[in-house]
Design a protein around this ligand. Structure first.
Ligand SMILES: Cc1ncc(COP(=O)(O)O)c(C=O)c1O
Length: 370
């Protein structure tokens, strides 16, 4: 049964429906003018030099890591509290994720990251989790002090800002996902990498298209992949991008309603608020914390019974996933991450969420916690 109030809802419009049909009729389907326009418009919006589209964040970052020539034994600092795909590409190219704890903002703890630097560390992959930018001043300083690169994981933060700058345009590399629940979606899988390095762009474009260059249809310089993007989804992305700021305002408004409705309610902690202009959060998710694991499980069940969908992002931190514990024998303890994973609960969050829906969810929470 569909939930009365879902966890997320994709923005749709008649304009997008029309654009899809228009593209179908052009007869161009892969890496055509829509893809070029979407990549250029995204680059301009994010304030980056180059954007290369691929068919997911995971694919795009895999190509980026190949272009970086990462080698076996290279270590990359990454928060454990993130979607598992954040670490898959680095492992596929032989590098090792070095899991870091989070601070109260749910993003990478700069102090913990600093302690974990070794002479094998090559880069940092901070994740702007739930739509809130990580502490980029601290990350940029750490990177500068130790000669590391940074890739911003922007899968959940399209349009978010750190000190007035768009997340994704702060470090020299970043990656975006357009998966359906994201703030900017393409009605399916999709992703992109931003980089200021034209050589990396060339390599990524070549590798994603069977190792050939544009125009060289049957001439392959490298053994590549098919990780290209397509015209229909690019047209959807272009329309979604036009709406992004407005949709993010809708999410921020819903976050304010939750804070108002749940202010002072004992037993539940709201996500961190923006402090002045340091961050502009875009609430990909609205992640609360309950006082105990049992309370989290009980509340999720109680809301489900009332047709309110919730989520846990994420119930098992990456350093404790079976795929990781069987691969490495130096699994760290990350107290805050491990504690939060047991207690966090994501409430419904999307741009069209109404005040009445937020009141309904909040009343159900208050009733449960009474
Ligand atoms: C933080 C984060 N990084 C990476 C990804 C991977 O994105 P994609 O599904 O486009 O490969 C996701 C999506 O789930 C994500 O939320």
């Amino acid at each position: 049964m569909a939930s009365k109030i879902p966890l997320s809802r994709v923005y749709q419009s008649e304009t997008i429906d029309r654009r899809i049909l228009e593209v179908v009729k052009t007869g161009n389907y892969i890496l055509g003018p829509e893809c070029k326009a979407f990549a250029d418009e995204l680059a301009k919006y994010m304030g980056v030099k180059h954007m290369v589209l691929s068919n997911s964040w995971t694919a795009a970052v895999h190509l980026l890591h190949l272009a970086q020539n990462l080698k076996a034994g290279d270590e990359i600092l990454v928060p454990s509290l993130t979607a598992f795909p954040s670490i898959e590409p680095m492992i596929h190219v032989g590098a090792k994720p070095i899991f870091c704890d989070i601070d109260d903002t749910y993003t990478i703890d700069p102090e913990d990251a600093k302690k974990k630097i070794t002479n094998r560390t090559v880069g940092i992959l901070p994740v702007h989790l739930y739509g809130r930018p990580a502490n980029m001043d601290a990350m940029m300083k750490l990177a500068a002090d130790h000669g590391l690169w940074i890739i911003e994981d922007c899968a959940q933060c399209h349009g978010a800002k750190w000190k007035g700058k768009k997340a994704g345009g702060i470090a020299r590399m970043a990656a975006f996902s357009f998966y359906p629940s994201k703030n900017l979606t393409v009605y399916g899988d999709g992703g992109a990498v931003a980089t200021d390095d034209p050589k990396a762009v060339e390599t990524i474009q070549m590798l994603q298209n069977h190792g050939r260059r544009e125009g060289g249809k049957y001439f392959h310089e490298e053994v590549g992949y098919n990780l290209r993007f397509n015209e229909i989804q690019a047209a959807v992305g272009r329309e979604q991008l036009k709406m992004l700021d407005e949709l993010n305002v809708g999410r921020r408004r819903a976050a304010d309603w939750y804070r108002r409705e749940l202010a002072g309610v004992k037993g539940i902690t709201m996500p961190p608020e923006d402090k002045g202009d340091e961050t502009y959060s875009v609430y990909h998710m609205f992640v609360t914390r309950l006082d105990s694991h049992e309370k989290r499980e009980g509340l999720a069940k109680c809301l489900k019974e009332q047709g309110i969908q919730t989520g846990v992002h994420y119930p098992v931190p990456n350093h404790q996933q079976p795929a990781i514990t069987k691969r490495y024998n130096d699994i760290p303890r990350l107290p805050k991450t491990e504690d939060y994973c047991k207690r966090i609960l994501s409430l419904p969050m999307f741009a069209a969420l109404t005040e009445q829906e937020v009141v309904t969810v909040s009343n159900a929470i208050k009733q449960y916690l009474k």
